[in-house]
Design a binder for this molecule. Structure first.
Ligand code: GTP
Ligand code: MG
Length: 426
């Protein structure tokens, strides 16, 4: 596949069973990323296990396992090309804890497809995912109104769902006028790669055409180098090999680097991507790299690698702007849920509720509120329970966004607006 096309990380989001995996499988099939005979094998296998109609979803699920089994960081399998871009699908459909996955997926995504099943319309996770996508900084969105075959390709039903969705996305700050809504069927292949006769009333683009209306993301190469660690391996004959995705800056062979908050220094001996050695790597690249001077147990997932002379910022405390998605009672000072920021998951305490904001205008509604509840936006002061790398969104937006989770649900999402750094003894 051509690599001269610009690259996009694509999150596929939406309510459970609305057809995310099927849509990805279908896209890979229609673009030739998965050959027809493989789909046919999946169909036979799915049928023999009493799961007929899951063949496209199985494409994704199989690859996901493959990905999780080894240390391979090759993303070629989950990649497909359109006329303009090559896409990497960053979510893992079918994951048990989908929302959590969605957070890590979305925080890496340049754009998203929101899949909504026409028979159901807007459901709980539809709302949650749209909210998260917006808060985590996904500005480009295409909406797939899927399973149109299950409503006889009825224009009236499509218009109803579109209306519901327009209201929802408007609430979180997307402009409906900027967003394409596509009536389609992933399962039947309607309006995915070609305009289909089933929807004579629809004159808009197919899903593939819609994806090509996305704007190419700018690579933040002018920012300091930052790579949050996903995993660390020790490979015999090579040494310590952390893996992760470059968020900002340029990574170069021979570079002196620091891992924070581990506070370990090393030198990059080699960089590998798509099973090939590279002299350098750029934002968006998933890489494995070998570092001299750092042991496997010195660093771990959640640490961030940066240049030794501009190391990642470790927060003693930070100031954040958050939006509360749902909380069974109320958030008060002392509350300590888990913050998911880049690859880190760290319990953090609300030490001060500074202001309540109007979520639409950003104006102050109340100084020093005593509590925050669902739907509130606020400026708060946060103290991590242990050292944590976070950057202000003004400096490095890619490392300034987070989601807050407690008891298996997402409580809030937000961004860091100022860091009070911890002094590291170097
Ligand atoms: P989770 O990963 O569990 O959240 O589900 P998902 O959103 O990935 O849904 P998946 O692709 O696994 O599809 C769920 C079911 O819906 C399967 O039985 C699919 O065959 C079916 N399905 C998907 N797309 C369509 C469609 O366009 N039309 C119809 N009728 N069924 C579909
Ligand atoms: Mg799925």
């Amino acid at each position: 596949m051509a690599t001269d096309k610009p690259h996009m990380n694509l999150a596929v989001i939406g309510h459970i069973d609305h057809g995310k995996s099927t849509t990805v499988g279908r896209l890979m099939f229609e673009t030739g990323a998965v050959p027809a005979h493989i789909i046919e094998n999946f169909r036979k296998e799915a049928e023999s296990k009493g799961k007929g109609s899951f063949e496209f979803a199985w494409v994704m699920d199989n690859l996901k396992e493959e990905r999780e089994r080894g240390i391979t960081i090759d993303i070629a399998h989950k990649r497909f090309d359109t006329a303009k871009f090559y896409f990497t699908v960053v979510d893992c459909p079918g994951h048990r804890d989908f929302v959590k996955n969605m957070i890590t997926g979305a925080s890496q995504a340049d754009a998203a497809i929101l899949v909504v099943a026409a028979p159901d319309g807007v459901m709980e996770q539809t709302k949650e995912h749209v909210f998260l996508a917006r808060t985590l900084g996904i500005t480009q969105l295409v909406i797939a109104v899927n399973k149109m075959d299950a409503v006889n390709y009825d224009q009236k039903r499509f218009d109803e769902v579109k209306k519901e969705l327009t209201q929802l996305i408007g609430m979180v700050g997307y402009k409906a006028a900027d967003i394409l809504f596509i009536p389609m069927s992933s399962f039947k292949g309607v309006n995915i790669a070609k305009k289909s006769p089933e929807t004579p009333w629809y004159n808009g683009p197919t899903l593939l055409e819609a994806l090509d209306t996305f704007k190419e993301p700018e690579k933040p190469t002018d920012k300091p180098f930052r790579l949050p660690i996903q995993d660390v391996y020790s490979i015999s004959g090579i040494g310590t090999v952390p893996v992760g995705r470059i968020e900002t800056g340029i990574m170069k062979k021979g570079m002196k680097v620091s891992f924070m908050p581990a506070n370990k220094d090393g030198e990059i001996k080699s960089i590998e991507m798509h099973h090939e050695e590279q002299p350098q790597a750029l934002p968006g690249d998933n890489v494995g790299f070998n570092v001299r001077g750092v042991g496997k147990n010195d660093i771990r997932r959640g640490d961030v690698c940066g240049p030794a002379d501009v190391p990642p910022t470790v927060a003693d405390e930070f100031t954040a702007q958050i939006v509360v998605l749902q909380h069974p009672s109320a958030i008060t000072v002392g509350y300590t849920p888990v913050f998911h920021c880049h690859t880190a998951q760290i319990a953090c305490t609300f030490v001060e509720l500074k202001k309540k904001l109007d979520p639409r205008s950003g104006q102050t509604k109340e100084e020093n509120p005593t509590f925050l509840k669902s739907g509130d936006a606020a400026i708060v002061q946060i103290k991590p329970s242990r050292p944590m790398v976070i950057e202000s969104v003004k400096e490095i937006p890619q490392l300034g966004r987070f989601a807050i989770r407690d008891m298996g649900t997402t409580i809030a999402a937000g961004m860091c607006i100022a860091v009070q750094p911890k002094q590291m003894i170097r």
